[in-house]
Design a protein around this ligand. Structure first.
Ligand code: SF4
Length: 370
C-alpha cells in the first residue's frame, strides 16, 4: 500500500480511543507538524499492525490451555515464542522451558514451540514416550512441507535464513542432505549446487524482505534456473510489520521497537527503520530500558513491536513517552489483519473431551459444577 493510501488515526494519548475519523495520511507527515514555522510538536507515530501474529497467539494459548487441562508442570521445548515477558509469565503459571526433549521426564507432556522442530525431535519424543503437542506455526509447517516436497524431487534447496535460529534448524532437519543455508547476499558467491537446473530457494519466515530479495537476485544471477517457492515464505505478519515501519521511518527521529533480542522479526524491524530513514532505532523488552538521552532533539518517535510482543508492553512504552511530553499518538495503519489459526489438534481433542465430561456431569448432577 502506498503512503498516500495508508490510514492515519488520531489517538487520544495512549488509551487507544479514536478521537477523529480515519483520513488519508500525507506522505510528508513530519512537515505538517510545523507548517506555521513554529517548532515541531512532540508526537508518536504508532505502527499498525504490530505485536502478536496469528502463530504466536495460537502458541501462547496452547500453553495456557495445556496448563488448564493437564495442570502444572507442562514442559515446553525452547521458548514457546521469542519474548522474555511471555516466557516469564508462562513460567509463573507452571510452564517449564527446556532446551532439549531429553530434559523432559518420561511420560510427561511437551509442547513444541511456534518455530517448529525437525523430524528427529519428534522421534526423540516418541522414544521417551512423551505426550507431544505441536504448536508450530502453520506458516512454518508450510515451509517444512515445501522442503520435503523439493527434496523428494531431488532439488538442491537454498534456505535463506540465520544459522542457529530454531526455525532454520527445524526446516533444515526436514531434508538435511538437500538443504544449504544462505545467510546473506554476501554468502552467495560461495554457494555450490549439484545441478544448477534443479535448484529452488526457500526462506525463514521472519527475515527482512528487502535483504532476502537481494539474496535471491544474486542467487538468480548465479543460477538462472533458480525456482521460487510456491508462495511467500516470509510470512504476512513479518511483511506487514515491516511495511508499516517503512511508511513511518522517514518521519521518525527515533524508532522504538518493543521485542526481545532473540526475536528475529523484532531485530529486523529496527534494521528496516534505520535503513528507511529513522535517525536512530532501539530494541527494548520493557519500558524501563528506555533511556532519557535517546529523546535529545527528538520530535517524532516511532513505536512498533515484534510479532511475539503483548500489547501491554507497548502501552507501557507509550506511557513512558507520554510522561515526557510525547502524549499525542498518531496511528499509521499499513494493513488490517484478521488471520486466526485453530489450536493444535491435541488440545482441541482434549478440550472437547473435558467439555463433554463436564456436560455429562452437569446433566447427572446440576449443582456439581457450581
Ligand atoms: Fe507464524 Fe509469521 Fe507469526 Fe512466525 S511470525 S509465528 S511464521 S505468523
Amino acid at each position: 500500500m502506498s503512503a498516500r493510501g495508508q490510514l492515519l488515526r488520531r489517538w487520544s494519548a495512549y488509551d487507544g480511543r479514536v478521537i477523529s475519523p480515519a483520513q488519508p495520511v500525507s506522505p510528508t507527515i513530519a512537515d505538517s507538524a510545523d507548517v506555521d514555522g513554529t517548532t515541531a510538536a512532540k508526537r508518536v507515530l504508532l505502527a499498525a499492525p504490530r505485536g502478536y501474529c496469528a502463530g504466536v497467539d495460537r502458541a501462547v494459548i496452547t500453553v495456557e490451555k495445556a496448563l488448564d487441562l493437564y495442570g502444572a508442570p507442562v514442559y515446553v521445548r525452547k521458548q514457546i515464542v521469542h519474548n522474555k515477558h511471555v516466557v516469564a509469565t508462562l513460567e509463573k503459571r507452571g510452564a517449564i522451558f527446556v532446551d532439549e526433549t531429553d530434559e523432559v521426564p518420561e511420560g510427561e507432556t511437551v509442547i513444541f514451540s511456534a518455530h517448529g522442530v525437525s523430524p528427529v525431535v519428534h522421534q526423540e519424543a516418541k522414544a521417551l514416550q512423551l505426550k507431544t503437542i505441536d504448536a508450530t506455526c502453520p506458516l512454518v509447517t508450510k515451509v517444512h512441507r515445501e522442503a520435503t516436497r523439493f527434496a523428494d524431487e531431488d532439488f538442491d534447496i537454498l534456505l535463506i535464513g540465520h544459522e542457529g535460529h530454531e526455525e532454520v534448524e527445524g526446516t533444515a532437519g526436514e531434508a538435511p542432505d538437500h538443504i544449504t543455508l544462505v545467510q546473506s547476499p554476501a554468502e552467495v558467491d560461495a554457494v555450490e549446487v549439484r545441478d544448477p537446473e534443479r535448484v529452488v530457494w526457500l526462506s525463514q519466515t521472519t527475515l527482512s524482505v528487502d535483504e532476502t530479495m537481494e539474496t535471491v537476485r544474486r542467487l538468480r544471477e548465479k543460477f538462472p534456473k533458480l525456482q521460487d517457492p510456491p508462495s511467500d515464505d516470509i510470512c504476512y505478519a513479518t511483511q506487514n510489520r515491516q511495511v508499516a515501519v517503512k511508511q513511518m521511518a522517514a518521519d521518525c527521529d527515533l524508532m522504538i521497537v518493543v521485542g526481545s533480542t532473540n526475536s528475529s522479526n523484532s531485530v529486523r524491524l529496527v534494521e528496516v527503520a534505520v535503513e528507511h530513514g529513522s535517525r536512530e532505532g532501539h530494541l527494548v523488552d520493557y519500558a524501563d530500558e528506555l533511556q532519557e538521552e535517546w529523546l535529545d532533539g527528538v520530535n517524532t518517535v516511532g513505536v512498533t513491536s515484534g510479532a511475539s510482543v503483548p500489547e501491554l508492553l507497548v502501552r507501557e512504552v507509550l506511557e513512558w513517552l507520554a510522561a515526557r511530553g510525547y502524549g499525542d499518538v498518531d496511528l499509521v495503519t499499513a494493513a488490517e489483519e484478521s488471520l486466526m489459526f485453530s489450536l493444535p489438534q491435541e488440545i482441541r481433542r482434549d478440550l472437547k473431551a473435558r467439555d463433554g465430561k463436564e456436560a455429562a456431569k452437569l446433566r447427572h448432577d446440576p449443582g456439581s459444577l457450581r
